[in-house]
Design a protein around this ligand. Sequence first.
Ligand SMILES: Cc1ncc(COP(=O)(O)O)c(C=O)c1O
Length: 483
Amino acid sequence: MSGTNPFDLSRHLSSEAKARVANPMKAIWKLIQQQPNVVMLANGDPHFSLYPIRKVDFEVASIENQDPVKSWTASRLSARTLLLTSSSSNRSALPLNLGLQYANGAGRPEAQRAAAALTQFYHAPPDHITTLTLGNFDGITKCLRLLGEPGDKFLADEFAFRAVTNAGVPQGIEWISVKMDGCGMIPESLEEILVRWDEGRGKRPHVLYVVPCGQNPTGSTLSLERRRKIYEIAQLYDLVIIEDDPYYFLQYPSDPNDSSLVPSFLSLDTDGRVIRLDSLSKILAPGLRLGWLTSSAAFHEHLIALTDSSTQHPHGFGQVFLAELLSEHGWGLAGFDRWVSSLREEYRRRRDFFLEEFERRIGGSGLVNARAPEAGMFVWIRVNIEKHPRYQNGINAGDGAAARARTNVAQLMQELFMCCLDSGLVIVPASVFALSGDSVWDDSAVPIEDRVYFLRATFAGTEEIMRKGLEILANVLQTFFAE
Ligand SMILES: Cc1ncc(COP(=O)(O)O)c(C=O)c1O
């Protein structure tokens, strides 16, 4: 945009971020890191000799085999393992006495470096810094506070991970929904919102929240072409992109021999306008509550200031685990890559199993259809609700958010959800994810309230779980549509 320096992104900071006063003890902590042999009479840090713990052993899957996830799941108890130990000894990648001590907001340098090495290997960003988080949710909510001002409008997919969008609402952030198709966010729709923006109605949106791979809930993945277009639009209209990418490592290109991963927004970022969030939740374990955020140095400083005065840093065991796992005694980077490649194949098998069962049990009914997701854990099932005997079109649904609805799709889908629940199946209706459009910006002929005819199902479970779930779904659908 004219008159602004694209490389100085401080204009995007919230007043909260600008007003935050640094935690002075953390500033001293930073200095200490450069002088490890100082005598500490400074902090109320318990001395490690009083920690009632001497060492911790992590027994992890061996990555010697070409397909380690397959051998791990096939022979769970007899599968080969690797023992990683952290104690106070120097041989540990992150000695326990340090790992269990306080750290600064970016996390222990040993764990931070391990995460940064992953980002460098997969995304090679030009000039970014890594901050450890307690997972992507933690990272995103911090970004909302970094960038969000009461009355700000942020952009997101029309079917979005509402845990995130709702988190911004008490801050006064209003969400503007961008149209999607089977391939994710439509760049032209994004541009249209920005082109048509009437400044008289408030500040133009300056933040875009996007889940580029295996989007939650639709399972869609943005192609490189769309990513490039969206990035160009972000440059043109000065948007900061929050790239929430927990499913990055779970990509299933249609050619099974193609092992490449779609380049991230971060890897396209020349201006420092992308804040990328990675998580261990979907590739190791969610309870680790560990992820990492990659951003420009300017955003990094403010995010650290927030973390230093709130959550402090992720917990020590998770950081010790990550540092040991990625060290030369553990999997290392090559081993990590083998694990996630193998995990991809496992999830591809599960996805294919789900889709085969789906086709076999319900595909021929004409009541539902689904397309194969190219990443992530979700299948977005289109319910052909128009075939229901009580389906109505051309009605005015009433007051409030539902006022724009012209059909009873939402009501029928809610009934379907309850029928599934009564039969012992939990499957998520699209209304949970629908971002209601603002009629000022969204003059769509078919408002989202009339398009909530989807169900989100996951193929993350075992074959038995999927078989049972789809059997119940098939039976419920037959009864529901036959009433
Ligand atoms: C799109 C998306 N973002 C973030 C999260 C939360 O990730 P984390 O466990 O790293 O906080 C999820 C988890 O379901 C998700 O689907």
